[in-house]
Write a protein that binds this ligand. Structure first.
Ligand code: SAJ
Length: 445
């Protein structure tokens, strides 16, 4: 880490003005951990969120999102007076913009949050300040949105004020570790912007920090997530193909991955979350004529829930009084995040399909937080269902035994029960039934 000069109440690399006060706009899954890490590093941090309930929760030393260890850290830095939350920004030395960048129905970037956050800090931006866009954004957002909306006209970029895009790359469930340990990219609007922001990141990041331009940083982040989306699409297409061939897709992938140069990801019910299912569209929107693969991968992953529904329909048709137990609503394992979740989409469609009664189980969300469907416990769902659809591979579902699952029609969209079923005496995996679905396990004859 850079040698820090302890200035009056702040840290700064040698030869730079002391920067002691930080304003983080947007206290969601990225903003709150970032604010807490900086406060723990000794900065005075003001977190800003438009939601008064979120501000009140944080100022009470509590958190509104599920992320390992974040509750302890926030409680500590609020108690120590290093972090406080407000509903509007204030003067600071460094401004972080950590707001959502969702997409519209027709897959276009919605930059209204970035615009509003940029506008909100403009009255407080002073010479010497750093402005950092952490939100994953379409190429040129820093130049075309942040600068015109956040920087007072009389301040020169790269001389008076330093603007950069530093995309977060953290995996939900490991945010506090990865925000500090992962390599980071600092993309400044000018080389001076890059240097000033890079030196600042040196004060709290242990990973390597790579310097580049703002547009390259924006594109790199999108490319990382598009790469993963394309690979997951390959796995999902495989899972449908294997069904047509009457083979087990998970076994094929397991065997293929023994090849030294093959690393196929894992099929599932689709791709969710506000990252991998969103960010590739920013690249498609930027250059639709040259991104057929990225667009196709999005369409393959977005169509996978349909195949899962057809699996359930086939299983329900073979049962007298179907009671369909849906295991998981979150977009991936062991998180409480339902955004863009294929699991939730499937349960909604099943609720409208009238294939049978539904039992919905989501261990990471409470009935207070989620009112769309009544939630059942794992035990109730297992006991009352004759068809079980594994949608999100949460740990509690991974721990189910062959006896728990015995006698049920199982649709295991993520292949987590293959081993316990292979060992279990009660039932045996059977070949997928048409159309092209993953593992369906029938009751033993
Ligand atoms: N998924 C599969 N099969 C797999 C892997 C994932 O179906 O083999 C599904 C998951 O179930 C989920 C979706 O893909 O629905 C995305 O999950 P994820 O764990 O792949 O990623 P995220 O969205 O939680 O986090 C990603 C990460 N990006 C990459 O790994 C390239 C993270 O590092 C980013 O910081 C994050 O997006 C982000 O904020 O952009």
């Amino acid at each position: 880490m850079t040698h820090l000069v302890q200035g009056p109440g702040g840290f700064s690399p040698a030869g730079q003005p002391p920067r002691r006060k930080i304003c983080v706009v947007g206290l969601g899954y990225i903003g709150l951990p970032t604010a807490a890490i900086l406060a723990d590093r000794g900065y005075e941090v003001v977190g800003v969120d438009v939601r008064p309930d979120v501000v009140a929760t944080i100022n009470a030393g509590r958190i509104h999102v599920v992320e390992p260890h974040l509750d302890t850290l926030v409680e500590q830095v609020v108690r120590e007076g290093k972090l406080r939350a407000e509903t509007s920004p204030c003067e600071a030395d460094v401004f972080f913009l950590c707001v959502p960048t969702p997409i519209t129905e027709d897959h276009r970037a919605d930059l209204s949050y970035v615009e509003a956050a940029s506008e909100s800090i403009k009255p407080y931006v002073r010479a010497g300040n750093l402005i950092i866009l952490e939100s994953t954004s379409p190429p040129k957002t820093t130049e075309d949105v942040v600068i015109p909306h956040a920087v007072p006209e009389h301040l020169a970029i790269g001389e008076d004020v330093y603007v950069a895009h530093c995309p977060e790359r953290v995996l939900p469930g490991r945010i506090l570790i990865e925000a500090v340990e992962n390599d980071r990219i600092v993309g400044g609007m000018t080389p001076a912007c890059t240097q000033q922001v890079l030196d600042f990141y040196r004060t709290f990041v242990r990973g390597n920090i790579h310097a580049t331009s703002a547009i390259t940083a924006e594109a790199t982040k999108l490319v990382e997530n598009a790469f993963r989306d394309v690979n997951i699409a390959f796995a999902n297409e495989l899972s449908i193909l294997a069904g047509k061939l009457g083979a087990d897709p998970f076994e094929i992938i397991e065997l293929a991955n023994h090849h030294p140069r093959v690393n196929i990801l894992t099929p599932g019910p689709g791709v969710g979350g506000h990252c991998i299912s969103v960010d590739p569209w920013f690249l498609v929107e930027a250059a639709p004529e040259v991104t057929p693969l990225i667009r196709t991968a999005r369409n393959v992953n977005d169509s996978k829930p349909h195949f899962v529904i057809e699996q359930v329909r086939a299983a329900a048709a073979s049962v007298e009084k179907p009671v369909i137990g849906c295991l998981g609503l979150a977009y991936k394992s062991d998180v409480d995040d339902l955004r863009e979740s294929p699991s939730l989409e499937i349960v909604r469609d099943l609720a409208g399909a009238g294939l049978g009664e539904l039992r919905v189980c989501e261990p990471y969300v409470t009935a207070e937080q989620f009112k769309e469907f009544p939630l059942s416990s794992v035990e109730e769902t297992i006991a009352e269902s004759n068809i079980l659809v594994l949608l999100t591979d949460h740990s509690p579902f991974r721990e189910l035994s062959a006896d728990d699952l015995a006698g049920k029609h199982l649709i295991d969209t993520r292949g987590i029960w293959r081993k316990v079923m292979a060992e279990g005496p009660a039932v045996r995996p059977s070949l997928p039934i048409d159309p092209g679905c993953d593992n369906v396990i029938r009751r033993a004859a």
